[in-house]
Design a protein around this ligand. Structure first.
Ligand SMILES: [Zn+2]
Ligand SMILES: [Zn+2]
Length: 226
């Protein structure tokens, strides 16, 4: 079953649900965000084994979700292991930052370096940047550009329901690593301080690894933000 720690108070008829699956040798979080009409966004499909791919597809079928699009926070290998599979299954557009095309070009090589295999990732269909939105019925998610962990890193923010899908920008009591190609510590800290921390402190953060947290908890407890 997907994990969902924080229960947000329901105040709108079309509240979004966020379900989390943890997949692959990197313990990456794949998210499904869906509304009450069951329109669904698949975020960072990291399902790796046949069992993981089946588990995601069976959950989507069981819940009768209707995927509308695939969204990539960034293109590190752990976030795209299942990209080819979900694209083949649902035939919906893949959204990502313009720099994500460069990231996907190295996916097979990076998998080899880790001694892993990956299906050749399909191309990004729709390039999206900060200031644009993703619509899901009457709901919409804001796009924020948060480079530093990866040069193509986007974050999704729902200002109505106060939650963010933050990928590998910030984790519970940690931050994204900056030693991978295109990473930069100062850029990452700038992204966190300018784009994430000024938002309402009760905002729930759904990270690419580990448990959910909130902005308030991280301002209080995250050793990298002291
Ligand atoms: Zn990453
Ligand atoms: Zn990751």
């Amino acid at each position: 079953m997907p994990r969902n720690t924080y229960f947000r108070p329901q105040f709108s008829a079309d509240m979004l649900t966020v379900d989390c699956f943890t997949f692959n040798p990197f313990s990456e979080n794949t998210y499904l965000v869906y509304n009450q009409a069951l329109s669904c966004v698949i975020i960072d499909p990291g399902c790796y084994t046949a069992e993981e791919k089946m588990r995601l597809k069976e959950y989507i079928a069981h819940k009768k979700l209707v995927p509308q699009l695939i969204f990539l926070t960034h293109t590190h290998i752990d976030h795209v292991f299942g990209l080819a599979e979900v694209k083949k299954e649902y035939k919906v557009p893949i959204y990502g930052h313009p720099l994500a095309a460069k990231g996907l070009a190295t996916t097979e090589l990076v998998a080899k370096l880790y001694g892993l295999t990956v299906d050749l990732p399909p191309a990004i269909d729709i390039f999206i940047e900060e200031g644009e939105k993703i619509s899901l019925g009457p709901s919409s998610l804001d796009i924020l550009f948060c480079p530093g962990h990866a040069p193509d890193h986007l974050v999704l923010y729902d200002p109505q329901e106060k939650f963010m899908i933050v990928g590998d920008v910030i984790f519970q009591q940690s931050i994204g690593r900056t030693d991978l190609p295109g990473g930069n510590f100062d850029t990452l800290m700038d992204s966190i301080h300018r784009k994430i921390l000024p938002l309402p402190s009760e905002t729930i953060l759904y990270p690419g690894h580990g448990p959910e947290t909130t902005i308030k908890e991280e301002i209080t407890n995250n050793p990298f933000l002291k």
